[in-house]
Ligand binder design. Structure first.
Ligand code: SF4
Ligand code: SF4
Length: 365
């Protein structure tokens, strides 16, 4: 996996040697600017920075996880973005993707750490079991020891996925392994949290691209998440929101409301308290996303989503009020969402609407 031939080349040199045209490269820069909500004026700056960037070494450690985060990354939906990001970084160690095994694999990690001390990016997926060092080991080294050793020389750490970010499913009650997050253990390094179960692939590559372009970490929210991707709730950007505002809710997964695409709030949708980019980037090459497929948001990018009170139980906030304020407390932090205009229809009005073929197009009129 280590590609020393390319180590000292700039990204522009690597791309040229791979036959990528300047036009194709600028197209990528434009897509990146748009993905990161930057103005078009930033496109030449991104191009200049990326062209002159040397490939940073990236060490990826996987601890207590299901490999879903890596699966997600390898499905980054724009082929150009995916290939560019892999060309642009030197992924020197990754348990799942590397060809080397055994001693050779561990040597690759040690060499990358030594040669790039203070400059490499450390990506971590999975939580760290603190109950017993033997619960999860790699090459005989406990996850805790490997994290602490590798974090020492890292310029920054990207915690990918809800397990690395908050402890995730391994930390779900009763947390048999004593699972903790990266941020629980590392206090002296910049950490970018990219939660999601799994995280959205273009969000992972977007964070890497930001680091490559600016050499800094993006602006983060109170949970350490990049604001550009986690700044708005699912509910803020949900295409079913007009139904919520009109008080039109599916009551079961196969009733008339569900068939007409009404709001999934009463089926347990956690969109109002979940901050992620699914509603805008979507999944699978922008094909669809869970709510578009008819399933409520489970809140997978928020702390304790697994223990949070039932996937199919409606949030406890009332829908009757004209103006509502939702206070969501997680991990000692408060995320507040102000939702205006929510109105619940009476049973009679709902029954009338259910027979009226009200669809999203009707509500747009
Ligand atoms: S409650 Fe869920 S389905 Fe309804 S508008 Fe909000 S995010 Fe969309
Ligand atoms: S819709 Fe909600 S549960 Fe589904 S992937 Fe997005 S944030 Fe996670």
């Amino acid at each position: 996996m280590t590609n020393n031939d390319n180590k000292d080349k700039t990204l522009a040199q690597i791309l040229r040697s791979r036959g990528i045209s300047r036009r194709g490269f600028l197209k990528f820069c434009a897509a990146t600017a748009s993905m990161m909500a930057m103005s078009p004026a930033m496109i030449p700056k991104i191009a200049h920075a990326l062209e002159n960037a040397r490939r940073p070494s990236v060490i990826w450690l996987s601890f207590q996880e299901c490999t879903g985060c890596t699966e997600s990354l390898t499905r980054a939906h724009t082929a150009t973005v995916e290939s560019l990001i892999f060309d642009a970084i030197s992924l020197d160690y990754h348990h799942t993707l590397q060809a080397a095994s055994g001693h050779a694999a561990e040597e690759a990690r040690e060499t990358a750490m030594k040669e790039n001390y203070g400059e490499y990016l450390l990506v971590v997926d999975g939580s760290i079991p603190m109950g017993n060092p033997g619960y999860s080991t790699i090459a005989g080294i406990s996850n805790y020891d490997m994290l602490m050793e590798t974090a020492k020389g890292a310029a920054a750490i990207i915690a990918v996925g809800t397990c690395a970010t908050y402890g995730g499913i391994p930390q779900a009650k009763p947390n048999p392994t004593g699972a903790v997050s990266v941020r629980d253990l590392i206090k002296d390094k910049p950490i970018i949290n990219v939660p999601g179960c799994p995280p959205i692939p273009v969000v992972i590559t977007g964070v890497l691209t930001h680091f490559l372009t600016f050499g800094t970490i993006p602006e983060l929210d109170h949970l350490g998440r990049p604001k550009v991707f986690y700044g708005q709730s699912i509910h803020d950007r949900c295409y079913r929101r007009p139904f919520y505002d009109k008080g039109l809710f599916a009551e079961t997964f196969d009733d008339e409301g569900a068939k007409k695409g009404w709001c999934l709030y009463k089926l347990g949708c956690k969109g109002p308290t979940t901050y992620n980019a699914c509603a805008t980037t979507k999944w699978n090459d922008g094909t669809s996303w869970p709510i578009e497929a008819g399933h409520p948001c489970l809140g997978c990018s928020e702390p304790d989503f697994w223990d949070g009170g039932g996937f199919y139980k409606a949030l406890s906030m009332p829908t009757e009020n004209i103006t509502q304020t939702v206070i969501y407390t997680a991990a000692g932090a408060v995320a507040a969402g102000l939702m205006l205009g929510a109105r619940n229809l009476s049973k009679k009005e709902q029954a009338k609407a259910a027979h009226s073929n009200t669809t999203i197009d009707d509500l747009k009129k």
